[in-house]
Design a binder for this molecule. Structure first.
Ligand code: UD1
Ligand code: UDP
Length: 373
């Protein structure tokens, strides 16, 4: 069976890496990888770490790309590739423009679509935007859907979709465990990664921050920056912020936080560096999808810079708390965890709703059976 896996952004690469690596090692699978290049530097960091050499690269990224121009370039590039390769199935991941447009291109060519990380829903098309639309559209077209949890499966069942649904866990845990194992077995690697991370002031706690969601651009990001200024002024914490390369994020953050003592603005980290930052953090402030899954698995509390989440399991487990983007709410929530050790301990109980690191193995086994059928 010829399987074409399509990857465009950092999180897709991290979460598809375990699947792609396993497919490549599976006899009788002809595994081909295409990167759309929706991201460039942030994608390459991941491909290099997981030693993935894509056979095809659509190189679509443009500075400040619009969703329509990006979608059009991916549809066009994918169409040509599908005609050339004639894959039996196309694998896409999650909810990016790459995943949506690649799935649509396959659908238009009557090629079955496989959706990894299917069934996540907030119920609001506005948040996350445009991802909630992307993930819904992909599932309408999918032949096979790999849901990370029973809740995700229930979301899919409620939509009366045509494809087959399998609950397999989330491949992000496979990727995270791969990195954690490398750190455990290789102290020199751990030390070399630590050496390139910011040196923190002794006695201060580290808050790890990431923010890039489109619906937070503008006022939301401004309030997040104000909250950071207030928190570091209190003297108890330092903030480490690997800043996303989107100019609508990078320019604002550099201007607002670039010269604030106690704030370490750093470039996007490769996955080794970021996992190490999560391991060393006191708590994580983020609007990321993937970080909501990883930090709880590492026993790190997450204050989520959003009003809704498609990952309710970690909120119900009490390890992720929604705080939105209101400056005062963020500051209050961080201070509560700094000063209330009982509340903090409650949020550090590791939660594992996304499986135990065997999602990619399950996916490949199901794909092998799909082949036999
Ligand atoms: C995209 C995804 C989002 C995902 C995020 C992960 C869509 C609609 N959005 O958002 O779901 O959470 O990736 O990070 O698919 N850029 C660079 N170099 C890079 C990457 C980005 O310069 O390596 C800059 C470019 O100017 C680019 C801009 O960032 O135009 C935005 O990138 P884009 O992929 O369109 O959106 P993200 O906000 O990254
Ligand atoms: N990540 C990383 N380096 C960074 C920031 C994040 O490797 O500097 C990883 C993080 O561990 C997670 C993924 O990138 O696996 C999340 O990507 P992002 O937040 O950009 O996208 P989302 O998950 O929100 O779609």
């Amino acid at each position: 069976m010829k399987l074409l896996s399509v990857i465009g952004t950092r999180p897709e690469a991290i979460k598809m890496a375990p699947v792609v690596r396993l497919l490549a090692a599976t006899p009788c699978m002809d595994s081909v990888v295409c990167v759309t290049g929706q991201h460039r530097h942030m994608l390459e960091q991941v491909l290099e770490l997981f030693d993935i050499q894509p056979q095809h690269d659509l190189s679509v990224m443009a500075q400040g790309q619009t969703l329509n121009s990006l979608s059009a370039r991916i549809l066009q590039g994918m169409d040509e590739l599908l005609v050339q390769l004639k894959p039996d199935r196309v694998l896409v991941h999650g909810d990016t423009t790459t995943a949506m447009a690649a799935a649509m291109a396959a659908f238009h060519r009557h090629i079955p679509v496989v959706h990894v990380e299917a069934g996540l829903r907030t119920g609001s098309l506005a948040e996350p935007w445009p991802e909630e639309m992307n993930r819904r559209v992909i599932d309408v077209m999918a032949e096979l859907m790999f849901a990370p949890t029973e809740k995700a499966k229930a979301n899919l069942l409620a939509e009366n979709l045509q494809g087959e649904i399998h609950v397999v866990g989330n491949t992000v845990i496979d990727a995270l465990q791969w990195v954690a194992r490398r750190f455990e077995n290789d102290a020199a690697l751990r030390e070399s990664v630590d050496a390139r991370l910011p040196q923190l002031t002794e006695g201060k706690r580290m808050v790890l921050l990431t923010s890039h969601r489109r619906e937070n651009h503008g006022d939301g990001l401004g309030q997040i920056c104000d909250a950071v200024v207030e928190l570091v002024a209190g003297g108890e914490v330092e903030v480490v912020y690997p800043v996303h390369l989107n100019p609508l994020v990078l320019d604002v953050v550099q201007q607002r936080l670039g010269r604030v003592t106690g704030v370490h603005l750093i470039e996007p980290q490769d996955y080794l560096g970021f996992v190490r930052l999560m391991q060393r953090a006191f708590l994580v402030l983020t609007d990321s999808g993937g970080v909501q899954e990883e930090a709880p698995a590492l026993g790190k509390p997450v204050l989520l810079l959003r009003d809704v989440t498609e990952r309710p399991s970690v909120v119900e487990a009490g390890v992720v708390k929604l705080v939105g983007t209101d400056r005062q709410r963020i500051v209050t929530a961080v201070r509560e965890l700094l000063h209330d050790s009982v509340a903090y301990e409650r949020m550090t109980r590791a939660a594992h709703p996304y499986g135990h690191g065997d999602a990619s193995e399950k996916i490949v086994q199901i794909l092998l059976k799909a082949k036999a059928a």
